[in-house]
Design a protein around this ligand. Structure first.
Ligand code: FES
Length: 497
């Protein structure tokens, strides 16, 4: 049994975000070995964890997933063959440990015998007797029945329920649970692996299995050449992990890695959020999903080719169900069509994605999001993605022209209730944020100053701003003026607000 755990697995065991463990390692509270931590050092840092907490951690995970409206993940058991293989592996490890304990006991008895012999031959029998008592005492304490590191027990349970995947050369890792394929599990964890159809047809998700065991979960039409098979190539959308595995696969690191796509989606729902805002829910065909990075936009065409570029308001972890927020703009052909005529099941053409307003995933800093009115749409996508990545501290300031423009209050409340690391504040300025100059600009600056005065950690963080151009110009200048470098202030001007 391997006592060293990846940070993903360790974080899951104690129910905290990875970043909490990273901070403990940085400040020397926890020792790491090549980015891994031992079960013992994890327990030393989290001594209050009990085995029974597993149920609570699972419950909180499910609440989080529901709060983020993810593809609902029922905690199904893995496939029977997968379970059998994992139990067999654990049984082998247990048998090996038991055999070692037996050998250790035999060795210990031999040692006592040798000490007896030595004691009879020499005058030092008293000190040898003392030494024997000391050893027996120490061994009795170590072997005392009843104490078991609860994290070790929980880790064994997790190993039966979930396998770990490490992606090379990027070093990303994630867990495969239930009956997820490798691709589904990677997307759930916010890791943008290469893929196309998700259905075994295109071959774009081909990856090389470096170590570990996988199991095919479905037939695929794409034919893997003999040469690729010999190299260990598999399709991520058609296999699950049986044991912990290592894969060689490219991970999209920038917007240039995401191909331009044209997809005909269908309207799943058009739901009013308030009198002037709607939620447009599109569903792509099962075999042609939309690949995008959180925060990016897409061009939509409806009716007689009325088009608009809109930020995606959902997480890339659910690539079939793509959400948009749209404000009513009387006289705008696209807006009029969507508000007055668009029906369920109607076709909508999607083109894209576009835009570079994406998360700096490698940054260790806290995340501060500022959504101005409808700028909440791309911010929502970024926050959902950040939560998939198990990000640390996430702060949302929703700054609105009026109370109606905080158009999803229940959602942000649900996030606040479900997540300890999510902090939300709303601000209503009382003027139109699409037209900010003169006194309005002064008023907005004052509002931003108050926010920073209350929480000066913003200066050390990554700041993301989205909303109408006029408000963004003022806000961007404000944060740059505080000394934040341009690389830490990301701006997304949302046109249709
Ligand atoms: S994504 Fe197309 S074959 Fe896997």
């Amino acid at each position: 049994m391997n006592d060293l755990l990846s940070l993903t697995r360790a974080a899951r065991l104690v129910g905290v975000p990875r970043v909490v463990l990273q901070k403990k390692i940085q400040c020397g509270e926890m020792v790491s070995f090549d980015g891994m931590v031992s079960v013992d050092s994890l327990f030393a840092c989290f001594p209050d964890v009990q085995i029974e907490d597993t149920v609570e951690i699972e419950r909180i995970s499910q609440i989080k997933e529901r709060a983020f409206g993810k593809r609902v993940f029922e905690r199904a058991l893995p496939d029977v063959e997968v379970l059998a293989a994992r139990v067999t592996e654990l049984s082998q490890s247990l048998a090996h440990s038991q055999s070692q304990v037996k050998q250790f006991n035999a060795l210990f008895n031999n040692l006592c015998g040798k000490l007896d012999e030595t004691g009879c031959q020499a005058d030092s029998s008293v000190s040898i007797e003392n030494l024997k008592f000391w050893i027996k005492d120490e061994v009795a304490q170590v072997m005392e029945p009843g104490f078991s590191n609860p994290l070790a027990i929980r880790d064994n349970m997790l190993r039966v329920m979930a396998a770990q995947v490490t992606v090379l050369p990027s070093g990303h890792d994630f867990l495969v649970e239930g009956q997820d394929t490798l691709l589904e599990a990677a997307m759930r964890a916010g890791i943008p692996l290469n893929y196309g159809c998700s259905g075994g047809n295109c071959g774009l998700c081909k990856a090389k299995l470096v170590s570990g065991q996988v199991k095919k979960t479905r037939h695929h039409d794409f034919v893997i050449s003999e040469n690729d098979k010999n190299q260990g190539c598999i399709l991520l959308c058609s296999n699950t992990a049986v044991s912990d595995v290592e894969l060689e696969a490219p991970v999209a690191g920038s917007v240039q890695d995401i191909p331009f796509q044209q997809i005909t989606a269908k309207v799943k729902a058009v739901e009013p959020l308030n009198a002037d805002m709607i939620l447009l829910h599109l569903q792509t065909p099962r075999t042609q999903r939309l690949r995008f990075l959180a925060g990016q936009s897409v061009t939509l065409r409806v009716g007689r080719s009325f088009a608009a570029e809109l930020p995606v308001a959902s997480c890339p972890c659910d690539d079939r169900n793509v959400l948009f927020h749209l404000r009513r703009q009387p006289g705008n052909l696209f807006s009029d069509y969507v508000f007055e005529r668009l029906k369920c099941n109607e076709a909508v053409e999607l083109e894209g994605p576009q835009g570079e307003f994406i998360l700096h995933e490698k940054s260790p800093r806290a995340l501060y999001f500022f959504a101005f009115d409808g700028g909440f749409a791309p911010i929502k996508s970024l926050i959902e993605h950040a939560m998939s990545l198990n990000a640390g501290s996430v702060h949302l300031h929703w700054i609105a022209s009026n109370q109606d423009n905080i158009y999803m209050p229940n959602l942000v409340r649900a996030w606040t209730d479900a997540l300890d690391n999510f902090h939300y504040t709303e601000h209503v300025v009382g003027f139109d944020l699409r037209s900010v100059s003169g006194k309005r600009a002064e008023s907005l600056l004052k509002q931003l100053e108050i926010i920073v005065d209350k929480d000066c950690r913003i200066i050390q963080s990554d700041v993301y701003l989205a909303g109408p151009e006029s408000a963004l110009n003022t806000a961007e200048q404000f944060f740059l003026g505080l000394g934040l470098p341009k690389t830490r202030v990301s701006v997304n001007q949302v046109k249709k607000l």
